[in-house]
Design a protein around this ligand. Structure first.
Ligand code: IPM
Ligand code: MG
Length: 363
């Protein structure tokens, strides 16, 4: 029986529309294979929304996302909107969407593909086999804590304020996602905080430690964030699953991503208690190469695979898409960001065509 899914597409800015087009093509092809019917609807977010609707997250977009089974996002932002006031910046639209859908858990895998080991700036023996999942809290911490703003002091100086705050319940729910993610992986969880300095981190560590009683089979460790950054570069293979707050997760997930040498390959999932999740590449909108058919669409395609797996419960279809990505790499196709000697350099569209061809040959 055909299963139907309503998917909201948010192509956004820069290279977003180009890579989204590839993901839609491959999803359609996968759909035929697995008897899944996708009803795609496009909506505005980020800079393109500012230009066309005056705000980075129009109400219709949030509503369309709420009404769908999953949201596939490409990327937002660009030089053009960088100097706008905060409430009008593309990033504000993305943060509003995360908060509006209650997506408190952000899963960011950083996996080295054997075909791309040499793309890393670190030595082969350090990165070969790295397979890390960063579980980042996404709707709390210093990104959202109150008070926030730029205020005038009594002496007339300006003072910028943000507040890093977590309630116990917020720590517990992301902590559980961390433990459960580790259960499905290699059973190791590292919680990252700054408990030697910050009270909010002390509470974080206490709650995570208490939760561990419910997961006796998980090997839990704690690291301060500065040490975690260092360990990620020194010996990344010590990590399996990392759970951390919003800001630390933002920074560490970029570092983990770069271990793979190719941020253009990495997908992510943002999930809530219930309702649709957002699936998006870790990389940004790359305005410098937008519209030139140079973008790497593979992180977008792998985000579509994460959507199939975590958002639509279609693991077999997800698996086939992931396999297709590995196969086009095996065939030697590379976009310029992951190009190496002896490989076949292709643009975004040709990479998409190679994927479709591979999907057609698989059975
Ligand atoms: C990310 C980005 C966002 C963040 C920005 C664009 C708001 O860096 O998804 O990691 O800081 O969360
Ligand atoms: Mg970031």
């Amino acid at each position: 029986m055909t299963q139907q899914f309503r998917i909201t597409l948010l192509p956004g800015d820069g290279i977003g529309p180009e890579i989204m087009a590839i993901a839609v093509d491959v999803l359609q092809r996968i759909g035929q294979r697995f008897d899944l019917q996708f009803e795609f609807q496009e909506a505005l977010i980020g800079g393109v929304a500012i230009d066309q609707a005056g705000v980075p997250l129009p109400d219709q977009t949030l509503e369309a996302c709420r009404q769908s089974d999953a949201v596939l996002l490409a990327a937002i932002g660009g030089y053009k909107w960088d100097s706008l006031p905060r409430q009008l910046r593309p990033e504000t639209g993305l943060l509003g969407l995360r908060a509006g859908l209650g997506l408190f858990a952000n899963l960011r895998p950083a996996t080295i593909l054997p075909q791309l080991v040499d793309a890393s700036s670190l030595k082969r023996e350090v990165v070969d086999g790295v397979d890390i999942m960063v579980v980042r809290e996404l709707t709390g911490g210093v990104y959202f804590g109150q008070p926030k703003g730029i205020f005038a002091t009594e002496s007339g100086q300006k003072r910028g304020v943000n507040t890093m705050a977590y309630q116990a319940s917020e720590i517990d729910r992301i902590g559980r996602v961390g433990f459960e993610t580790a259960q499905k992986r290699r059973g190791k969880l590292c919680s990252v905080d700054k408990a030697n300095v910050l009270e909010v981190s002390q509470l974080w560590r206490d709650r995570i430690t208490a939760l561990a009683a419910d997961y006796p089979e998980i090997e839990l460790s704690h690291l301060y964030v500065d040490n975690a950054a260092m360990q990620l570069l020194r010996w990344p293979k010590q990590f399996d699953t990392i759970v951390t707050g919003n800001l630390f997760g933002d920074i560490l997930s970029d570092a983990a991503a770069m271990l793979t040498g190719s941020i253009g390959m990495l997908p992510s999932a943002s999930l809530g208690e219930k309702g649709p999740g957002i699936f998006e590449p870790v990389h940004g909108s790359a305005p410098d190469i937008a519209g030139q058919d140079k973008a790497n669409p593979l992180a977008q395609v792998l985000s579509a695979a994460m959507m199939l797996r975590y958002g639509l419960d279609q693991p077999a279809a997800a698996e086939q898409l992931e396999q297709a990505v590995l196969q086009v790499l095996d065939q030697g196709y590379r976009t310029s960001d992951i190009m190496s000697e002896g490989m076949i350099q292709v643009g975004c569209q040709a990479m998409g065509a190679a994927l479709l061809k591979t999907l057609d040959q698989e059975n």
